[in-house]
Design a protein around this ligand. Structure first.
Ligand code: APR
Length: 254
C-alpha cells in the first residue's frame, strides 16, 4: 500500500472544500461486484438487455429479476473501511461532498451526510405513469412486475440506464462541487462513463488538487496531481489517519 504523500496531507489540511467522486470500486471490498472488473457485471450480463429503457419495456420481468438479484446483494453487504473513512474525513475538513455513481446506498448507510447520487438508488422505485417514488416495502410482485400502489402504473428501479439523462439537480450540484473544490478525489471509478467521467477534469481545470485512488490506471491517471495505487478500503483509512495526526500535531482539532 502506498504511503500518503505529505503534500496531500498539507493540501487537505488547508482545504475549505473537498469533493470525492466514487464508483463501483469503493464497494468492491464490501462484496458488491464492479461493472468492468474481471468478475464485473458487464462480463456476465449484457447492459443492452438489462440496463436500458427499451430492454425494460421489451421484457420488464427479466429486468426486474436482475434488479432484485442486485438488490439482495446490496442489502446483504456492509459498508467497508473505505466508506467509513469518508465519514470520518467529514470531521477533519470544513466541507466534504461525496458524488457517487453507485446505486448501492452504502455511503448513506455508512453515515455520509452530503451524498449526490448521479445514477439513482437501487432501493427506490419510480412509477412510469405518475412519477411517484415507491419504496421497496410497497412492492407487490404477485403479477410478476410490480405496479404503482397509487395509480397502477408500471414501476421501474429508480436508477439511470444507458442512454438516459442524469437527474438534473444532482448533475448541477456535481458540476458546481467540481468547479469550486480545493481537493478532488476520484475513487474506484474507471472514469469512462460520461458525464460523471468529466468531473475530475472539470475540477482540474478549475484549479483543484486532483487525487486518484485505484489499483488500476484510468484516464484520470494522466492528469492527477497524485495517484494512490491500491484499494480504497486500505488507502482511505490511512489517509484519514494521516490528516488526523497532522491536525492534532498542529492543534487544528475540530
Ligand atoms: N478500491 C478502489 N478501486 C477499485 C477497487 C478497490 N478495492 N476494486 C476495483 N477498483 C477500480 C477498478 O480498477 C476500476 O477502475 O474500480 C473501477 C470500477 O470501474 P467500473 O466497474 O467501470 O465501475 P464505475 O466506474 O463505477 O462505472 C461507471 O458505469 O456501468 C455503468 O452506471 C454504471 O455507475 C456505473 C458506471
Amino acid at each position: 500500500m502506498p504511503n500518503i504523500p505529505e503534500k496531500l496531507v498539507r493540501r487537505l489540511a488547508e482545504a475549505e472544500k473537498v469533493v470525492v467522486l466514487t464508483g463501483a470500486g469503493i464497494s468492491a471490498e464490501s462484496g458488491v461486484p464492479t461493472f468492468r472488473g474481471d468478475d464485473g457485471l458487464w462480463k456476465k450480463f449484457s447492459p443492452e438487455e438489462l440496463a436500458n429503457f427499451d430492454a425494460f419495456m421489451k421484457n420488464p420481468q427479466m429486468v426486474w429479476e436482475w434488479y432484485q438479484y442486485r438488490r439482495k446483494i446490496v442489502e446483504e453487504v456492509q459498508p467497508n473501511p473505505g466508506h467509513a473513512a469518508l465519514v470520518e474525513l467529514e470531521k477533519w475538513v470544513p466541507s466534504l461532498v461525496v458524488i457517487t455513481q453507485n446505486v448501492d446506498n452504502l455511503h448513506q448507510r455508512a453515515g455520509s451526510r452530503h451524498v449526490i447520487e448521479l445514477h439513482g438508488n437501487i432501493l427506490r422505485n419510480r412509477c412510469l405513469e405518475c412519477g411517484r417514488i415507491v419504496t421497496e416495502k410497497e412492492l407487490d410482485f404477485s403479477d410478476g412486475v410490480p405496479r404503482c400502489p397509487h395509480c397502477g402504473g408500471m414501476l421501474r428501479p429508480d436508477v439511470v440506464w444507458f442512454g438516459e439523462m442524469l437527474p438534473e439537480e444532482a448533475l448541477r450540484q456535481a458540476y458546481e462541487a467540481a468547479e469550486t473544490c480545493d481537493v478532488f478525489f476520484s475513487v474506484g471509478t474507471s472514469a469512462v462513463v460520461y458525464p460523471a467521467a468529466s468531473l475530475p477534469e472539470i475540477a482540474f481545470q478549475h484549479g483543484a488538487f486532483v487525487v486518484e485512488v485505484n489499483p488500476e490506471p484510468t484516464p484520470v491517471t494522466d492528469f492527477a496531481h497524485i495517484v494512490l495505487r491500491g484499494k480504497s478500503g486500505e488507502i482511505l483509512p490511512e489517509l484519514v489517519a494521516e490528516i488526523r495526526k497532522f491536525k492534532s500535531e498542529n492543534q487544528q482539532i475540530p
